[in-house]
Design a protein around this ligand. Structure first.
Ligand code: NAP
Length: 294
């Protein structure tokens, strides 16, 4: 019979509750703690409800922390009782933050003899526990592998993305920017459609059609950024700048807020000033970094 690690979940917001349910469903012995006790009530009878974060840490091989932000996490974890309870055990930080947050969390853990992984969750709570779900981890590869089968309960596509403890947070910040930027642009596009009484269902279908093109463009940009050579045969920055200008114009003509396309256009214009007019779109990277043409 395989041994299943005991797991504690600290933080029972929307995400922490989903993590706790996944471990309960997978047959792990689970302990939960939340600052506001009422959120632990649904887990009575299925999990042990700890009275303190220190008790939660002392109950399990592995404790996963998922609270609003690192400030909250520090308030919960940075006490002598928690440090003592977690010593020699593994703490997995799934609270979102920056690479610096991850480094300071790891420094605290190391000072107190606690094994530490930092991670990021790339899905909504309802996707936790699915085969295709990815939760990404950074820190010691050996430590990740020791707990890999337990961590994979949260998502079958979970992976280790780097030994530097800030790796998962770096990826999280970068990917989340794509998520928010794309969603905001989607909503701006919806406003343009609404201003023309264009049906939203047809807009959504058009959006689905452009998604593979975004993926192709991301691949092209990755290759060009690696070589620094922005020459290509797809579309010049001059052409893209023209398209952005008419998105600004339709916004203006239809009284739709135009700050998003104007901001995007400003980077493209800067890239033109840097001499990239006949290069592919990847050259805008130099405008973002404010670098002269190489
Ligand atoms: P949430 O539903 O708002 O829950 C926040 C949790 O943090 C609650 O358990 C709350 O406790 C706790 N908390 C806040 N301040 C605290 C403090 N000072 N001391 C102790 N506990 C404190 O948020 P969530 O959706 O679960 O998100 C949690 C983390 O997961 C965030 O870092 C978020 O970025 C990340 N995440 C979320 C999603 C998502 O789709 N929801 C996806 C990926 C990553 P109380 O109940 O006592 O207020």
């Amino acid at each position: 019979m395989s041994h299943k690690e005991t797991v504690s979940i600290v933080g029972l917001g929307q995400m922490g509750s989903a993590l706790a349910r996944a471990y309960i469903n997978a047959g792990h012995r689970v302990t939960v703690w939340n600052r506001t006790p009422s959120k632990a009530e649904p887990f009575q009878g299925q999990a042990k409800v700890a009275e303190t974060p220190a008790q939660a840490c002392s109950e399990s091989d592995l404790t996963i922390v998922v609270v609003s932000n690192y400030e909250a996490s520090d308030q919960v974890l940075h006490t002598p009782l928690v440090a003592q309870a977690a010593k020699g055990r593994t703490l997995v930080q799934l609270t979102s933050g920056t690479p610096n947050d991850a480094r300071s969390g790891a420094a605290w853990a190391s000072e107190h003899g606690i094994n530490y992984l930092d991670g990021c969750i790339l899905v909504y709570p309802s996707y936790i526990g699915r085969e295709e779900t990815a939760v990404l981890y950074s820190g010691s590869k050996g430590l990740y592998e020791r707990h890999a089968s337990t961590l994979r309960v949260l998502g079958g596509a979970s992976a280790h993305v780097g030994e530097p403890i800030g790796a998962a947070a770096t990826l999280d910040c970068a990917v989340l920017e794509c998520f928010y930027g794309a969603t905001l642009s989607f909503l701006h596009g919806a406003a343009i459609c609404a201003s023309e009484k264009f049906p939203l269902d047809a807009y959504r279908a058009g959006f689905q059609a452009i998604l593979p093109v975004i993926a192709i463009t991301a691949d092209m940009c990755t290759k060009m950024l690696a070589t620094g050579d922005f020459k290509g045969t797809d579309a010049t920055l001059d052409v893209h700048t023209g398209c952005l200008q008419h998105i600004v114009r339709v916004s203006q003509e239809n009284n739709v807020d135009r700050r998003i396309p104007e901001l995007i256009l400003s980077y493209f214009k800067r890239a033109l000033e840097l001499g990239h007019g006949t290069d592919e779109m990847a050259a805008v990277f130099n405008a973002i970094q404010n670098r002269p043409r190489g």
